[in-house]
Each structure stands twice: as C-alpha cells, then as structure tokens.
Design a binder for this molecule. Sequence first.
Ligand SMILES: [Zn+2]
Ligand SMILES: [Zn+2]
Length: 186
Amino acid sequence: MKAIITGEDIGTTIDFRSIGPYLARHLWPEETVVSAGHGVVLSHTPGKPGYATLFMEVYPPGAAFIRGEGETPEACEDSCWKQYQFALNCTPERAAENAGHEWEPRGYKNGAGFCKHCGTFSSRIFTGEQLGQFCRDCGVGTTHDWVEQDDGHYVFLCPEHTPPIPELSPDELFKMLFGENGKAHE
Ligand SMILES: [Zn+2]
Ligand SMILES: [Zn+2]
C-alpha cells in the first residue's frame, strides 16, 4: 500500500497516528493508496452533534474512494474491505450470477451513479442523453453544468456553452468575500 500524500510504499503497515502502526489483514493491491487516523465528522443536520471516530480511507484500483469508520482499526479496515469487494463484484448473489452492478442516478446530474444492490458509488456512469439532460444552446447531452431556474426546472449546459467564470481582480474578490465595508478599504 502507499501513503496518501508522500506516495511512500508502506507495505501492509497502516499508520492510525494516535493508535500507532497497524498491520493490515486483508490483501490490498500494492497500488492501493491509504490514509487513516482519528477525526471528527461534522454534522450537517442542525441540532445533531458531530462525532469523533477512527477512520480509514482507501483509493484501491478498480474502485472509487472508500471510507470506513469504526471503534478499532480492524473495524475500519473490515468496513473498507467489504465495500471494496462490493465495488469489484457487487453482492455475492449478483456475483454468482455474473450480473454485476445495476446503476441508478439517485438525483445526481453529474453522471455519477449508485448500485441498487450493493450501494457502490461511481462517477461517470450516466451520459447526459441517458439522464435526459440536453444543452440549452446546442442540444447535446451533457453532465457538465446546470442552473436551477426560479420555477424549479434546470437548464443544462455543455462545456462549450457554459459561460466562463469571470476573472475577478483582487479588489473584487475581497468585496465578494467580505462585503463593501471590508477593513482593507478604510
Ligand atoms: Zn453492485
Ligand atoms: Zn452546448
């Protein structure tokens, strides 16, 4: 396995920081990139507190980013490994039938999908045509950009017809971030 930022080959020893080195017990491919530690997960629901947890994150070949949480390094690794097996083979039942994943967009407009059976997430599953998203200006299928209209409908835009992001001067950027009365103007 490889460390996430340095790319250093770490063999099967994963550094959970506060817990110290931990020996992986599953046969991860060598090129798997890993990061682990103890962190706080912020809540996005008002009134619901965040929580602290051990975590392990992997980028294994043949799958998207996977994150596992648990009370112990073993639990984190087992969670990641299970998700990885699902990503590669889908559920054991589907794998036995050689059926593979069955994707659904679940409201995503960027082409990403989730497997109905195992929950695996993957980007670039659906095309704009498949999602019924066509560029307002030229009519090609697109997952590139979209804008919600006042009536709740969406307008879709291909890369060619997406307006460029305006280049802001440092002064304009400052106003955007801090408002007209930012201290630097005094
Ligand atoms: Zn699946
Ligand atoms: Zn277009």
